[in-house]
Design a protein around this ligand. Structure first.
Ligand code: ME8
Length: 514
């Protein structure tokens, strides 16, 4: 592949739980960006995967009476299947129990050990197993984990430490110079003030269980699971393996997508680890907010979990993807509800987009024998107004996507879709047909079909299946093969004489009492 390299990642998810709306949210957002960047000619690697080591997984396996490896092998397909169901186009899928990962982790430790960044010391403190996080006594809230409120356990063991404390100054200078490293801005401020408070050295190994990657220079120790997990972003590219060409081409990552819960790991520990190894930190870490149901974070322990599969069954995969990216401002917490989803579905998808396609394909069939007309020799004012809306779209969409403002990008597409609906209402092709004004009828249908062709291009990153279907119905080729979306969106790309098929409604209306 040619094109500029573009590397985007999701967190690698713990295998103690099945995929849920939260993990699906991050993955869909990363997928939409990956798809869009392929359409802007980039050579994309989109990585997701699983975090399979650590005490939490070892405990879950034990509770189920299986070995950790059997346990993770049983859960992994659930993630692979869920991402397939959600039309996730990842180019690679890393599991931390894979050989390529272990090799990379060990190569990394060897380097840091050789370069004097590690020392052996004794650790005393508290550990939250569900969060796999260390806490000092004074960080606890009423004796519980300050992050999740659950019980912590006291740990006293000999550990290897990483000299994280020496990186505070370098990190602050790095944030200052790379203002886009932590996004959005509120998260950046949070990270900066955390580092300004000073950093403690970080325990990077454990000896009280064995489910992890052994330190190559002290095999009785396994790598602390968080450090193991962060390294996936480079081991997946071949770091520490025989062929580092992908690593050389695609690192540093353009975006790590994470939830706001794991920002310190990604914005403090991770860049410091990379600096110690002489590797450039990623370009951006974007922390999105939490999905809230009735104001609460959705979680299994709270029992307020709706599954992705149940929503896909009701709304279809594209409507699912659309709803979360359109209705929740990316970067902020967002309330989600079934009512809002039904409303978005019926309003934006069934009424605006689905209806536009249906009426237009219907009329093309009815009035023009199901064949696209040629472009009009001369445009009326109304045609030019619609053309202008389409003309603004590539730039508006790009600007929004460059900020990961999915709602803004989709709104820009809807300006065109709504404009096309208005255009049809105003031009009333049914009257032109009645009056026998064939030339104007063909001109109007061409203009509206052309708007649909262009709108489908820009809905494709978020709603790949329906966009592909719209293109098929107007007789065009594979929309997924587009690599220059702006050029493809130039007005007049709809060829004359291609077959238009009506098909079933793209988004059949949903009735609230269903
Ligand atoms: O933290 N709303 O894995 P994890 C939005 N293995 N996003 C949510 C969410 C919610 N209610 N709940 C979870 C881990 N998420 C580590 C990561 S990476 C080197 C290691 C999303 O399975 C969000 O992206 O707990 C969060 O960061 C991620 O799921 C946590 O997934």
């Amino acid at each position: 592949m040619s094109g500029n390299p573009f590397y985007v990642t999701t967190p690698i998810y713990y295998v103690n739980a099945e995929p849920h709306l939260g993990t699906a949210y991050t993955t869909i957002a990363a997928d939409a960006l990956a798809r869009y960047r392929r359409m802007t000619g980039h050579d994309v690697i989109f990585l997701t995967g699983l975090d399979e080591h650590g005490q939490k997984v070892a405990q879950a396996a034990e509770e189920h009476g299986t070995s950790p490896q059997e346990w993770v092998d049983a859960i992994a397909p659930k993630f692979i299947d869920a991402w397939e169901m959600l039309d996730i186009s990842n180019d690679d899928f890393i599991r931390t129990t894979e050989e390529r990962h272990k090799r990379g982790v060990q190569a990394f430790w060897t380097k840091l050990h050789d370069d004097g960044w590690l020392y052996k010391g004794s650790y005393e403190g508290w550990y939250c197993v569900p969060d796999e996080t260390y806490w000092a006594e004074d960080q606890l809230l009423e004796g519980k984990c300050p992050q999740c409120g659950r019980d912590v356990e006291f740990l006293r063991e000999e550990n290897w430490f990483f000299k994280l404390s020496e990186f505070a100054g370098r990190l602050l200078a790095f944030y200052e110079e790379h203002t886009g490293f932590v996004q959005p801005e509120t998260r950046r401020n949070e990270v900066v003030s955390f580092v300004q408070g000073g950093l403690k050295d970080l325990s990077i190994s454990r000896t009280n269980f064995t489910w992890g990657v052994p330190l190559p220079f002290d095999e009785g120790h396994v790598t602390y699971v968080w450090i193991d997990a962060l390294l996936n972003y480079i081991t997946a590219l071949g770091y520490g393996g025989d062929d580092a060409s992908r690593f050389e081409r695609f690192w540093p990552a353009d975006y790590h997508f994470v939830g706001k819960d794991i920002i310190r790991f990604h914005c403090v520990i991770w860049p410091a680890m990379l600096m110690a190894a002489g590797i450039e930190p990623p370009t951006s870490v974007f922390a999105h907010g939490f999905l809230l149901t009735k104001g609460e974070k959705m979680s299994k322990s709270k029992g307020n979990v709706i599954t992705p599969a149940s929503l896909v069954e009701r709304f279809g995969v594209d409507a699912y993807r659309y709803y979360f990216l359109r209705d929740v401002a990316f970067g902020q917490d967002g309330s989600i509800s079934m009512e809002a989803m039904v409303q978005r579905y019926n309003g934006d998808l069934a009424n605006d987009w689905g209806n536009l396609c249906s009426r237009l394909f219907n009329m093309t069939e009815k009035y023009l024998g199901g064949v696209t007309p040629s472009a009009p020799a001369q445009d009326a004012d109304a045609d030019e107004t619609l053309q202008a809306l389409a003309g603004f779209l590539p730039e508006k969409y790009e600007a929004a996507m460059a900020r990961l403002d999915y709602a803004g990008a989709l709104e820009a597409v809807w300006d065109l879709i709504k404009g096309a609906n208005r255009y049809i209402e105003e031009q009333a092709p049914w009257n032109l047909a009645k009056e026998g004004d064939d030339a104007r009828l063909a001109a109007v249908l061409y203009t509206a079909l052309e708007a649909v062709r262009i709108a489908a291009l820009f809905t494709a990153p978020v709603m790949p299946a329906t966009s592909a279907e719209v293109w098929r119905r107007i007789g065009l080729g594979d929309i997924a093969a587009v690599t220059d979306i702006a050029a493809e969106a130039a007005w007049g790309g709809l060829p004359a004489g291609s077959a238009v098929t009506k098909g079933d409604p793209l988004y059949p209306r949903i009735y609230e009492d269903e």
